[in-house]
Design a protein around this ligand. Sequence first.
Ligand code: HEC
Ligand code: HEC
Ligand code: HEC
Ligand code: HEC
Ligand code: HEC
Ligand code: HEC
Ligand code: HEC
Ligand code: HEC
Ligand code: HEC
Ligand code: HEC
Ligand code: HEC
Ligand code: HEC
Length: 291
Amino acid sequence: MERVQRSSLLVVLLMALGLSLLLLPLVSVAAEAPAKTAPSLTNDDCVKCHAGPPAAIAADGGKHKNVGCRDCHSGHRPASKNNIPECSQCHMGKPHFEIKGCLGCHKNPHTPLKITFASNLTEPCLSCHTQQNAQLKENKSKHSALGCSTCHSMHRKIPECLQCHKPHATTMVNADCKACHKPHMPKVVTYADDIPSKSCGACHKKAFDLLSSSNAKHKIFSCAFCHKEKHKMIPQCADCHGAPHPASMMAKYPKCGECHNIAHDLNHWPAEKAQKKEAPKETKEMKKKKK
Ligand code: HEC
Ligand code: HEC
Ligand code: HEC
Ligand code: HEC
Ligand code: HEC
Ligand code: HEC
Ligand code: HEC
Ligand code: HEC
Ligand code: HEC
Ligand code: HEC
Ligand code: HEC
Ligand code: HEC
């Protein structure tokens, strides 16, 4: 007897469970939507009336390809008036997801990686890129006042300096600029040893001309050989020459330049210059020789 009672209890339980499983969808549908057609829509139905979004997703949906239409759009009018999802339904827990106005950049959720920027954005970039902003803020320049997207008008696009600036010399091309300037700290001018002297000569014509017309051994060196690494660095003669003369002599003539003139124009004396006044003859003779 006990057995029968137990098994009939089991049957009753199973029946109850089955019934409630059967009723569950009806109950929830009834609560949500009196219109009976809406719940029967499947993802495959949407394209019958909406050609655009399925095509967009198929072409550029990215990872949204794996999200069904109805995962985002639950329900449909007229039963459900608002079936547009919030991004935060699925995207939470990163600083980037705290930004307001997702659709400002992700213009179309069906093509989420086609990103467009308004022209003066900085804050929203910082949810992913902090280093560049730190450089801009720690090394104040007129670039610090520009929005990131003023230069990077599209994501991952690198602008050319010459888009906005004139070069220092007509021979300079865009690739030359970065030899001296970093875009996020443009006033901190640094350069490598192999920077061509003519780049400096664009602004320092006098030094360039003096050095290249000099006859002394310094002539063969590039500007950066002496003015190392950082703009406005000035070397000491002793950095390279140590103490070439007896201390007694140097006590009397403490400045190298008293005898050697300046580094760009070594050993070039006013006396020599005076002599040069007679030079035209020589030059003519030299010209004759060349002919
Ligand atoms: C029988 C045609 C038909 C089918 C099938 C259909 N829709 Fe619609 N849908 C419409 C119409 C009509 C509108 C209203 C358009 C309007 O008012 O501009 C609409 C509007 C929408 C809107 C805009 C939001 C709103 O409420 O105005 C979304 C989102 C949408 N449908 C998603 C879907 C999805 C997802 C599917 C597939 C699950 C789907 N639709 C299936 C006809 C359809
Ligand atoms: C990841 C979520 C997501 C997915 C997946 C998605 N949508 Fe959308 N859909 C949206 C959002 C958000 C909007 C509102 C966009 C806006 O306000 O500009 C929208 C707008 C719409 C609209 C109305 C505006 C329009 O572009 O015509 C329709 C219709 C629509 N979706 C249909 C679909 C269909 C069909 C699918 C499946 C092929 C689909 N959506 C997949 C999020 C999604
Ligand atoms: C129903 C859930 C859902 C909603 C709503 C949703 N997304 Fe997504 N989204 C996903 C999933 C799932 C992924 C893939 C995530 C992953 O793999 O890490 C994704 C990925 C993305 C990606 C990266 C795409 C790629 O190919 O790498 C972007 C961008 C994105 N979502 C933006 C949005 C925006 C903007 C909205 C609001 C308009 C939104 N999503 C709403 C589910 C959703
Ligand atoms: C300022 C423009 C901008 C705004 C506003 C914006 N995003 Fe993005 N989002 C981007 C860029 C840029 C990427 C990087 C894409 C890449 O990797 O090429 C991205 C990537 C993503 C990704 C994929 C990478 C990841 O971290 O998971 C998701 C998801 C995403 N955004 C969701 C959102 C959501 C949700 C919002 C609103 C809360 C939002 N976005 C607001 C520009 C923006
Ligand atoms: C959701 C995160 C995210 C947001 C928001 C974001 N980016 Fe990016 N960005 C990335 C990722 C990821 C890369 C690829 C990084 C890599 O290749 O090392 C990238 C790459 C870049 C690159 C190119 C890097 C290169 O080496 O060529 C630039 C420039 C850039 N982002 C600028 C921006 C600007 C400007 C904004 C704001 C308007 C922005 N990003 C917003 C994630 C983001
Ligand atoms: C989208 C335009 C834009 C781009 C691209 C751009 N700049 Fe600028 N830059 C500016 C503006 C605007 C100023 C401020 C000019 C002024 O007020 O006279 C400026 C100023 C400067 C200054 C002077 C900074 C100061 O504080 O005095 C330097 C140096 C400079 N830019 C170098 C560069 C270099 C090098 C590049 C390429 C790596 C570059 N810029 C790319 C717009 C741009
Ligand atoms: C004046 C124009 C300008 C501004 C403003 C600017 N950038 Fe850049 N950015 C550039 C240039 C040019 C490069 C290319 C550097 C290179 O090739 O060495 C670059 C490179 C990058 C890169 C690639 C990685 C790197 O550091 O070289 C990222 C990421 C980036 N910028 C993000 C930003 C962010 C975020 C902001 C705002 C906080 C910003 N940029 C502001 C011009 C700018
Ligand atoms: C040999 C190094 C060098 C190169 C290469 C170089 N610059 Fe400069 N640039 C400088 C120095 C040094 C200054 C600062 C002068 C000062 O202190 O006033 C400067 C200043 C500037 C300024 C601000 C002052 C002005 O003239 O308006 C801009 C803008 C600029 N550079 C843009 C560029 C661009 C664009 C390129 C590439 C075509 C470039 N620079 C290449 C060294 C260089
Ligand atoms: C864009 C023009 C520009 C370029 C390019 C440039 N400079 Fe200058 N430089 C200047 C300006 C402007 C000064 C400041 C002059 C002053 O203060 O009298 C200066 C100052 C200097 C000084 C210090 C002068 C002093 O009296 O303290 C040195 C040294 C110098 N530059 C070397 C170089 C070298 C080496 C290069 C090439 C790697 C170079 N410069 C490229 C514009 C430039
Ligand atoms: C960065 C290193 C460096 C600096 C700084 C430097 N020199 Fe020199 N100098 C040299 C080198 C290298 C030579 C060539 C030595 C050789 O070939 O025997 C040279 C040659 C000379 C010579 C011989 C010239 C000739 O044509 O015979 C004199 C004189 C001289 N330097 C003086 C100076 C004076 C004065 C200063 C400071 C105003 C100075 N140098 C700064 C590296 C330097
Ligand atoms: C051999 C080392 C050496 C070379 C090469 C050299 N300089 Fe100099 N430069 C110096 C020294 C040393 C001084 C300090 C003044 C002096 O004592 O002659 C100086 C001073 C300067 C000054 C500030 C004083 C002035 O004359 O205006 C500028 C600017 C300058 N150099 C630019 C350049 C440029 C541009 C080049 C390349 C064309 C260059 N220098 C090549 C060693 C050098
Ligand atoms: C009183 C004048 C005088 C002073 C001051 C002076 N020199 Fe000289 N220096 C000379 C004479 C003269 C020579 C030999 C020239 C020759 O042999 O053609 C010479 C030669 C040199 C040479 C070339 C040596 C060689 O082997 O060719 C160097 C380098 C030099 N001096 C560096 C310096 C430096 C650096 C200073 C400053 C610390 C300095 N001199 C100060 C007069 C001077």
